[in-house]
Design a protein around this ligand. Structure first.
Ligand code: ADP
Ligand code: MG
Length: 802
């Protein structure tokens, strides 16, 4: 069986009761497949002895020590045991909060194995987070000097959720491995596995969770990354071939006569143009023109008869199949892979032309408006449109814009998120199904199972890099299952797939575009709307923040507003807690979760909608948590800034865990100018459009990816006033880190930044930095893993040629 097909509920694994089941659900783990592909974010090597004296240079000490004495401190119920140990390199104390029982199991004079994170406190080396076992009740440590520390192994470190421990998770994964691992099949062709020296799939899965040593773990990871990129490239190559064929056929009919831009517009497009208070940029016009051609082609193309589709190689559908569509409408929703197990909707329909376009344009270049134009043309053809945004904040903003711009043209606009209350929701859904709504805007909820369209013909996905590649086919199917399209089937006519437009403000370097988006046509907006001033960017070393704060104060005094952005939500003591702002930056569907930034989004119909397990961007948070307690968090800095630095101004705090209503209220107040300072995490990376804000302060800037920094900076400079971006970096910045920040200092051109980012990134150079953000996969990052990606691509082409 394939790993992804092990759909057995996780509750069947021994030891998983109802409460554990709930915790696992929060991590997006519902099935055994989910559990086994919940990859560790890293491994801890406990195969070597790490003595107490090395406490500073290691995250955990792992040693054998002698118990010298027992001390007690505190009184009554607070009385606490302290075990003093020595391993020959240093003396240290084990503080046993609520673990007085250790008095018996680790007696004075015994030799123990101990693992823990030590740091100096109250004048001694201490730990309160440790594991210890007694090796001999009464012995001399000398007898153990050249023996390995018992319990030596490589331990997987998983991203956790409150209430779940590493030990618990390891235990149940071990059980699941025992029962299911042997039966896992390879998903790569055997000849490829052999040629590239990859692990068998079952071996790779096993070694991710229980590697003998770090090298084995890395090899397992490499094998899985290769597999992921192989399938990714296979999809791209297949789709690009199909798209090329249908486009060639369709474009034969393009009207070649010369017309002005206005003349090519449809009635509602003309009306919108007339209402705009500004001129479209030349690039916006060009993009609208390109999309118009696509939209005309796909709406004017003749119906395909179900009996007449055999010419398509990839999409053969027999007549019986056509009468009984292989994918039942009600089964479809955007799930993990966007595909039903064992079925590939792309393959069950014949190839007909539809727009498949990527619109790239720097932050603030006016992509949304171009998309609205395309939507209007679709509405003029009688079709419905959907615009999906990765966060509720952004979706709401688009909806507000659409209401302002489009409703005066008597277009019906609706807004849908997973949080919509029952009554309003059912009303909205029924209107949508009847065709009373023209354009619906929302989060991924717009694709959930219960949402049925009357005739969905145009899909826009904003900030596409937060959206999985494979989920696309589920979206095409959403269109095919529209009421009108389904009816066609009964008359022997193929349902049509909608046009779709992906928008991205993360410019893809030319050198990568072909590999990553070979299946899409690409449109680019390069020019910015007139009247924008370039943003000034300053690099400031940690320690000089007060100068930044003063510079910002001047702007605030002049009536402007400022953002302060931090990599963490809150400071935590336990390094195993993940509180870095993952919900907003992580490379999976979690990015769509507006329900508080949990790692996994549960779509409204309850299907799991994350990509593989959330190991992707955890590097950043991992490093962020790597024992560095001095890291500033949004919460702590909110208190500091509002009370100490800017008591005369109003501040608000938002991050993905802030209550949704509060987020909206804070943003609204910020927009209205009632609040001058917005302290945030990367939640504000997309979609916040407040022209009066002129300052963007990003502390610990080296912890953000270049793309993210560029996006964040794009939150200012949206009005006509001069704007400033302050990047505060750590004293310990590496050469590479300096080079990266310098790129931002020198340029505000997203395309240039993208190319430089690529050049600066060697393979394997991602520790502490987020993934590239061009595209979302599970373990793989196509930029970091470019070399593997190219191998896989070559292998596919070679296998095809045989
Ligand atoms: P993007 O999504 O590409 O980052 P937006 O679509 O959010 O950019 O546009 C940024 C801002 O610029 C919006 O407030 C929008 O109304 C405005 N805008 C769009 N096109 C133009 C134009 N041609 N001239 C002036 N302002 C524009
Ligand atoms: Mg945008």
């Amino acid at each position: 069986m394939k790993l992804k097909d092990i759909g057995t509920p996780v509750s069947t694994v021994a030891g998983v009761g109802p409460s554990l089941e709930k915790l696992l659900a929060r991590l997006g783990i519902f099935t055994v497949s989910n559990l086994l592909s919940y990859w560790p974010k890293t491994w801890e090597d406990r195969t070597r002895k790490i003595p107490l004296s090395a406490w500073k240079s290691t995250s955990k000490v792992h040693t054998i020590a002698q118990v010298l004495r027992h001390d007690w401190f505190g009184f009554g119920r607070m009385r606490t045991l302290k075990i003093i140990i020595d391993d020959g390199t240093a003396t240290a104390a084990l503080v046993c909060f609520n673990r007085s029982f250790l008095e018996k199991s680790l007696p004075v004079g015994s030799v123990i194995a101990v693992t823990g994170r030590f740091s100096p406190r109250y004048g001694e080396l201490q730990t309160s987070a440790f594991e210890a076992t007694c090796l001999a009740k009464s012995a001399s440590i000398d007898e153990f000097l050249d023996k390995p520390v018992p319990g030596s192994a490589v331990f997987p470190i998983y991203p956790l959720t409150a209430g779940l421990s590493q030990t618990q998770l390891r235990k149940i994964i071990t059980k699941a491995l025992k029962e299911y691992c042997k039966g896992i099949e390879n998903e790569l062709p055997e000849n490829i596995i052999e040629k590239r020296g990859l692990m068998q799939k079952k071996e790779a899965v096993f070694c991710m969770h229980q590697p003998r040593d770090i090298d084995t773990a890395e090899k397992a990871k490499y094998s899985l990354i290769y597999e992921e990129l192989y399938h990714f490239q296979e999809t791209i190559l297949k789709r690009s071939e199909e798209h090329r064929k249908t486009a060639e056929k369709a474009k034969k009919s393009v009207d070649g006569s010369k017309k002005t831009f206005e003349e090519t517009l449809s009635p509602r497009q003309k009306q919108l143009l007339a209402r705009l208070p500004f001129e479209l940029t030349e690039d916006q016009k060009k993009v609208i023109y390109e999309m118009n051609i696509d939209i005309d082609l796909s709406n004017n193309q003749p119906d395909a008869q179900c009996g007449a589709v055999r010419e398509s190689e990839t999409g053969v559908l027999t007549e019986t199949e056509a009468a009984n569509p292989p994918v039942k409408p009600d089964e479809i929703s955007v799930n993990k892979d966007g595909e039903q197990p064992g079925k590939n909707p792309d393959r069950t329909y014949p190839a007909q032309f539809h727009m498949a376009r990527l619109l790239q344009g720097d932050v603030g270049s006016g992509k949304t408006l171009a998309a609205f134009f395309a939507a209007l043309r679709t509405v003029d053809y009688g079709g419905q449109c959907v615009m999906m945004a990765p966060t509720e904040i952004l979706a709401r903003q688009h909806a507000n814009n659409a209401a302002k711009l489009l409703e005066p043209l008597s277009i019906k606009v609706a807004f849908l998120t997973g949080n919509l209350k029952a009554s309003g929701r059912s009303q909205l859904l029924s209107a949508l199904k009847k065709g009373e709504i023209d354009i619906i805007i929302g989060t991924h909820a717009v694709f959930s199972q219960a949402v049925l369209y009357h005739d969905l013909r145009f899909v826009v996905i904003d900030e596409q890099h937060r959206f999985g590649v494979v989920q696309r086919s589920a979206i095409l199917d959403k269109g095919r299952q529209s009421v009108v399209q389904k009816e066609k089937l009964t008359q022997g006519i193929m349902p049509r797939a909608p046009d779709f437009l992906l928008m991205s403000a993360t410019p893809i370097p030319q050198t990568l575009a072909h590999t990553l988006f070979g299946d899409l046509d690409i449109s680019i907006i390069k020019s910015m709307p007139a009247g924008r001033q370039p943003i000034k960017t300053y690099l400031t070393k940690e320690g000089n923040e007060s100068r930044v704060y003063e510079a910002v104060r001047q702007e605030l005094k002049n009536g402007h507003q400022a953002y302060f952005v931090y990599p963490l939500i809150e400071n935590v003591d336990s390094p195993e807690d993940d509180t870095a702002e993952q919900g907003d930056t992580q490379n999976n569907m979690a990015a769509f979760n507006s329900d508080g930034g949990a790692k996994t989004a549960i779509s409204t119909d309850g299907t799991r909608s994350t990509a593989a397990g959330g190991t992707g961007r955890s590097d950043a948070s991992n490093a962020a948590n790597g024992g560095q307690k001095s890291l500033k968090s949004a919460e702590s800095m909110y208190s500091f800034l509002s009370q100490q630095v800017y008591p005369e101004f109003k501040c608000a705090l938002i991050h993905s865990r802030t209550d949704e209503a509060e987020q909206i209220a804070a943003l609204e107040a910020f927009r209205k100018g009632e609040i001058q300072i917005l302290v945030a995490t990367s939640v504000v990376e997309v979609g916040v459009d407040v022209p009066n804000a002129t300052c963007m302060v990003i502390e610990h800037a080296e912890r953000f990816g270049l793309a993210a920094l560029h996006q964040l900076r794009g939150r200012v400079g949206r009005g006509s006033a001069a704007s400033f971006c302050f990047l505060v970096y750590s004293e310990k910045l590496t050469e590479l880190g300096k080079a990266r920040l310098k790129v931002l200092h020198e340029s505000t051109d997203g395309f240039y930044i993208g190319e430089e980012d690529l050049k600066l990134r060697g393979p394997g150079d991602v520790n502490g930095i987020q993934q590239s953000g061009y595209i979302t996969l599970g373990l793989a990052d196509p930029v970091r893993d470019k070399a593997i990606l190219e191998l896989a691509r070559a292998d596919i082409l070679e296998n095809l040629a045989r």
